[in-house]
Design a protein around this ligand. Structure first.
Ligand SMILES: Nc1ncnc2c1ncn2[C@@H]1O[C@H](COP(=O)(O)OP(=O)(O)O)[C@@H](O)[C@H]1O
Ligand SMILES: [Mg+2]
Length: 283
């Protein structure tokens, strides 16, 4: 107990082994007077399921935006080391290039193409690899018939993988909510990531949908070998999936460790889970 809590949190957040897929180093992100992320450092091991938790406004989505090239932090570095290519410095790299290097994401609120079918939504993910950004893929810039067949085969595989084969021709806007969330994951997997970022994948789902999403996320990790970085409010879901958690509060990492360690951390209990006597529901 002698080390300051912030130092202990930083040590635990490092993941402490040499096989890091992602390293976030001293990232600070400001919007005018608001500091969304303050000196955030952590790393994620290859193959790991790591969760980010923290109250609303803590900076979780901002962190994802820094990891995908959407936001450019004023300070710090994000290094991505895919097994399949050279290391990438994410800060200052355009989002579609980050995606091609192997980082894919889903969004807190759905961003499906509502007028397109399930099949077509996944195909956009698959074809983003062959064209100049998402627009090029939507415009169906020319590529060979062999590539077309291969991408159709990949879509069929992903439909099966996420359990949406029967819904292949359903317009995305008329899918049940849980299926929409699965479709978002399939579309992201279509870009063949090594790291998948999921921003509150189970938000708004019912218990049955939630349970099947947990299974799907686990399968993404075990079957495709994709590392998963997960933002989620549902503590049951986080605890059942993640090997390690990091806790953000007001843009800072206040704790990191196994679910059990984090649950018992007094700073987390105070900042996030609510005081023991509180009648809040633990969010
Ligand atoms: N584009 C932006 N412009 C201004 N402020 C932003 C922007 N994006 C995020 N923020 C601010 O950053 C803080 C963290 O937000 P966010 O990362 O969305 O939190 P979380 O996902 O943990 O709920 C909030 O105060 C939010 O208003
Ligand atoms: Mg968010």
């Amino acid at each position: 107990m002698s080390a300051p809590a912030s130092m202990a949190a930083a040590a635990a957040a490092s993941g402490a082994d040499g096989d890091a897929l992602v390293e976030v180093r001293h990232v600070t992100l400001r919007f005018g007077g608001v500091t969304s992320l303050s000196d955030v450092s952590f790393s994620q091991r290859r193959g790991e399921i790591l969760a980010v938790i923290g109250p609303n406004g803590a900076g979780k989505t901002s962190l994802f935006n820094c990891l995908t090239g959407v936001y450019t932090p004023q300070v710090g570095e994000v290094l991505f080391r895919p097994a399949s290519g050279t290391a990438l410095s994410v800060v200052g790299t355009k989002p579609y290039k980050v995606n091609r290097a192997g980082i894919a994401r889903t969004f807190q609120t759905s961003r499906l193409f509502n007028a397109l079918t399930t099949f077509e939504n996944i195909k956009i993910g698959v074809e983003s690899r062959f064209s100049v950004g998402p627009l090029g893929s939507m415009l169906h810039l020319p590529h060979t018939r062999r590539a077309e067949r291969e991408s159709d085969a990949k879509v069929v595989e992903l439909l099966e993988f996420v359990g949406l084969t029967e819904r292949a021709n359903t317009i995305a806007s008329s899918l049940p909510y849980g299926d929409r969330r699965r479709l978002e994951i399939a579309r992201a997997l279509g870009t063949r990531p090594e790291l998948l970022l999921l921003d509150e994948p189970a938000a708004g789902t019912n218990p049955a949908e939630k349970a099947s999403l947990v299974e799907l996320i686990r399968k993404v990790n075990t079957v495709y070998g994709v590392s998963v970085l997960l933002i989620e409010h549902d503590m049951g879901l986080v605890m059942s999936l993640a090997e390690r958690l990091i806790v953000l509060n007001f843009g800072q990492i206040i704790a990191a460790g196994t679910p059990r360690e984090v649950q018992q951390n007094p700073a987390v209990i105070e900042a996030y889970l609510g005081a023991p006597e509180s009648d809040e529901d633990g969010r």
